[in-house]
Design a protein around this ligand. Sequence first.
Ligand SMILES: [Zn+2]
Ligand SMILES: [Zn+2]
Length: 866
Amino acid sequence: MPSGEYDPETVEQKWQDRWVADDTYDYEGGAVDPNTVFAIDSPPPTVSGSLHWGHVYGFTLQDFVARFNRMRGKDVFFPFGYDDNGIASERLTESELGVRHQEYERHEFQEMCRDVCQEYEADFTEKMQNLGISIDWDQTYRTIAPRVQRISQLSFIDLYEQGREYRKRAPTIWCPECQTAISQVETEDDERGSHFHDIEFAVVDGDETFTISTTRPELLPACVAVFVHPDDDANRHLVGEEAEIPLFGQRVPIIEDERVDMETGSGIVMCCTFGDQTDIEWYQAHGLDLRLAIDESGTMTEVAGEYEGLSAEEAREAIVEDLDDGGYLLDRWEISHVVQVHERCGTGIEFLVTEQWYIKLLDKKEEYLRAGREMDWYPEKMFTRYKNWIEGLQWGWSISRQRSSGIPFPVWYCDGCDTELVADREQLPVDPLSDDPPVDSCPDCGHDEFVPEDDVFDTWATSSLTPLVNTDWDWDPEAEEMVVGREELYPMDLRPQGHDIISFWLFHTVVKCYEHTGEVPFDQVMINGMVLDENREKMSKSKGNVVSPDEVLDQFPVDAARYWAAGSAVGDDLPYKVTGLRAGERLMRKLWNASKLVDSLTPEERLERPELREIDRWLLAELDAHVEYVTEQFENRAFSKARDDLRSFFWHTFCDDYLEIAKQRLRDEDDPSAAYALQTAHRRFVKLFAPYLAHITEELWNDMYEGGSVHRTDWPEPLGLEADLEAGETAMAVVGALRKYKTDHQLPLNADLDTVLVYGDVEGFEDDVRRVMHVETLETSSEEPPVESVVTGVDLDYSVVGPEYGSQVSDIEAAIEDGEYDVVDGELHVAGVELDAEMFEIEEERRYAGEGVMVEADDTVVIVRN
Ligand SMILES: [Zn+2]
Ligand SMILES: [Zn+2]
């Protein structure tokens, strides 16, 4: 039985260990009817550092869903993955060991990554278990594992055969720091300081000049054309001429194009290969020359002449200096503008022409949009982000990366004719760097030398397959097709994730799964917001406002943190609030103490339902209504609404009102009806709180009831008891008022009261009220009570009235004292002045005109005649 103070430190650790040891959250499997399964495609954290708020918050919300559905009788599949195959893990390894991947032979570096990741993963597992997340630890995967490599390579081959993939030498988004191609989704906007330069260009024939404004003068050697807008009356006459590039001397055509932004600078712009997306469009649309001035490492090439070998930054300074010396630099001023950077390292991206593998996206934008609409979104507004991303897509998905530790492409090229050769499916996983191609000679030209593809897959090319990894998607050699192994799990019920990776993870998962299975991979998507600081600001190291999850969990019970995590609507950001955690602790204390009381008042064995007294029937009927409401909110993923409703009903109605009544009744005499209602309600509360307060409810359940895990019991269904809810609420309020009356008058709670008159409806509850509060005669009246409001004074707000009226204040006070004032249209007319509404408050008192003492209970007037 629960006793003493609740000790979360010991209790939480005990249950966390027990849950893992007992496989409490095992997915049973083998279901025939997929509707009895609830499958969650939980996000595999990128192994790039330690646990942060995004994980804690996101996984806690998922855990609410998992626990709720488990208690609703579903076989819950709640797996855990580690995303450890990509650039993030490589960078972690590099920084952890102080190395660069280029310095090592590939396999050696991969080993190093694996070792570093393993340590982080062990730490991750422990932390997730310490949060009490109800994951089935038998269902784990690592994206670098051979099984997942096989699935990822199978995906590549499947899309290749469907004609959805192609290899192309084309302008590519490139990170000079990571030295790899990256995709559009991996870039982000960053506000950076820079300079605008007005540079004078000469028209080749004649002596005319014009000005071009640019932030990137180091791209002058890469300039291949100059563009003018067709509506630009001032400059249109230049179209058809040639311009000469200052310092570098190349001559380029002046062309008209509607994509010129006439609002920026002089309205004339240069096109360099490549400064931005528009440059690429112009290059393709007008068949321009290719002049690459910057290489893979961000260094100037021979195209840059004497600036060759400088970094782009160095070249910029040197070129500006020389432009100035040559009289070409007309002006230079500081600006702050948005640049595109690599989201992993913050380096400004470049555009290079390289050979990469792509997955087609642009031809099916509509289809992917429709697929997104097929899923239920919690909250619905997040669909807009998915939609906006698709509508803004400009590139196919570049999936090849020039990195060391990733999943290899299962591809070789014929050294004679460059024919692409993909591995046999039976062979997978393969590494073309060490494995042989599936043929001895090229089927096209007969050549027998092959070049292995040494690029690796983009991380997201694999993590976008998690629904297929979780459901054992594989090649069936007999049927000669790809099949989902655990059919009952696919499509999965829920994809939970953060809003920051809708474009990365969700979109790419929809694309891949849709192409592979023809189906949308999820029924529902649940998107969580971020944890902000107490002032609703983003936490960041530079602002010094970071509170780490470890710190918080050192100070507070996990259950308190779980309670707080249910404080925002799904999708909204959650501010870190000590008050929110303390509220969780208070609720835990209340639950613990109420449980001790219930335990002392009720027998150990499960009670049969006796003939119920009206008030007990009422309590259980009220609880029914809350069970229905809370269940509905859980279904809608409205965890904060469910939590607040449950807390308030438990705290006020059950603990403050009903429990006091029941205590009195059970101490006075044997009362099977009260005992049954108390036990039944309490059992239900423990279950209803279980998804939130996973540990304390488990402790109570095991202390007081059948044992086993509360998380494996059934979620309460309404009992279907009928009662007049409103009359019961009034009766409860009356009892509360009479209790207060006795306390105020220093009477013992079992003191007799002669007559009590209730202005309100307590029909059916009269006996209960009388018995509980020891009332001789209880009368009720449906008439209006003879109560009037009497103005007793005026309360001035001196912080406003003082400065405004100064020496007049004493006159105002005297007039109020004498009752010489009027309230007209919300203004106080007094002592010849008029006070605005915010300067005063009218004090009123309600007085009962008849015999007896009035006590008020909510909206009901109760008169005690003693
Ligand atoms: Zn980078
Ligand atoms: Zn060949």
